[in-house]
Design a binder for this molecule. Structure first.
Ligand SMILES: [Zn+2]
Length: 333
């Protein structure tokens, strides 16, 4: 569909297509569990969550240096541009690279070089929000935040939180998110996916969340929805991801239409497009079928983005150009 799009919830590691991974593995001499690209494509096919984790680990083990991290930004920006994306807030997961001894500086230089190259080659503006992992030691999370802070002006704009919501309590991360926010990095955690409204509440109260990745289970609490609307806290909804991870059994059971009707701001996103077998165009088709309005999705993206006023004003101009009020309608008013 040829309207401008904003995507705020995409994991760059989960967006690496098999052909890219195959060539990165060749370049780095990294082992893959398969011998050919065709086999790798079959290996990528989603079967269940455990296999998804296997694919995730194989993928991230292939990434080594700044050039690899640069490439994954540029490749996804080009893919998203083909579906009309103009602005992306992408997630990266530094924890596993730190465990392998790759330094934060190598990571963030690669990712931010990718931002620059993506801008030059595709016109898409990318910003990056490293995810902290609930399952890793808090010292690792603190180090990731400290390493990310110097890259604030080069496009690292927020800090996320991922991993199973019931793994470690949100309260464990209060201090490290305060450190990030004090340095100008917004809090953009995952919540309200495999846990209910309580986790969304904690993300707001304990982490100072500016936006919620997923968050769709907020619909179970009308008071929470009212507060999200009042505070203009946007939910980054990923319909296909919710089916793949089985937090929603069938698309007819997805609360997308209820979220739209509630008036809460939602964006539509791919989460891990290569691994979930989807893309930004497909997710928008699902959302439109549930009654989403393209302009409203874009406006929620503007409300939800954490890059700042300059990006906000630029996106407002794009919206005004694309959804300009027709002259007749002006007269009629
Ligand atoms: Zn996610």
């Amino acid at each position: 569909m040829s309207y401008p799009k904003i995507e705020l919830h995409v994991h760059l590691e989960g967006a690496i297509r098999p052909a890219t991974l195959f060539s990165l593995a060749e370049k780095n001499g990294a082992a893959l569990p398969v011998a050919t690209l065709e086999e790798l494509e079959r290996f990528y096919e989603f079967s269940d969550f455990n296999h998804f984790i296997d694919v995730w680990n194989v993928t991230t083990d292939v990434l080594y240096d700044a050039d690899d991290f640069r490439r994954v930004v540029v490749d996804y920006a080009a893919e998203a541009a083909s579906f009309g994306a103009v602005y992306l807030e992408a997630i990266v997961s530094p924890g596993q690279y730190y465990t392998r001894g790759i330094e934060g500086r190598e990571l963030f230089e690669g990712f931010t070089d990718g931002i620059q190259q993506a801008r030059e080659e595709t016109g898409v503006e990318v910003r990056i929000t490293p995810d902290l992992d609930r399952n890793r030691p808090i010292e690792v999370s603190r180090q990731i935040v400290l390493d990310a802070i110097p890259f604030r002006d080069r496009g690292i704009v927020g800090i996320g939180l991922g991993g199973r919501e019931r793994a470690n309590p949100t309260s464990m991360f209060t201090e490290v998110f305060a450190l990030a926010r004090d340095a100008g990095l917004a809090a953009v955690p995952h919540a309200g996916e495999d846990d209910g409204p309580r986790s969304v509440r904690e993300a707001i109260d304990l982490l100072g969340a500016s936006r919620i990745r997923h968050g769709f289970r907020a619909i179970e609490d009308s008071h929470l929805i009212a507060e999200l609307i009042e505070r203009r806290i946007v939910l980054d909804v990923c319909p296909t991801s919710n089916l793949r991870t089985k937090v929603v059994a069938h698309i007819d059971d997805h609360p997308l239409a209820d979220l739209i009707a509630s008036g809460v701001g939602i964006t539509i996103n791919t989460d891990d497009p290569a691994m979930f077998g989807t893309d930004l165009g497909t997710e928008h088709e699902v959302a439109r079928a549930a009654g989403a309005d393209a302009h409203a999705l874009f406006q929620a993206g503007i409300d939800g983005q954490v890059a700042g006023d300059e990006i906000g004003a630029w996106l407002e101009c794009i919206a005004a150009d694309h959804w300009a009020v027709a002259p007749q309608a002006e007269v009629a008013r």
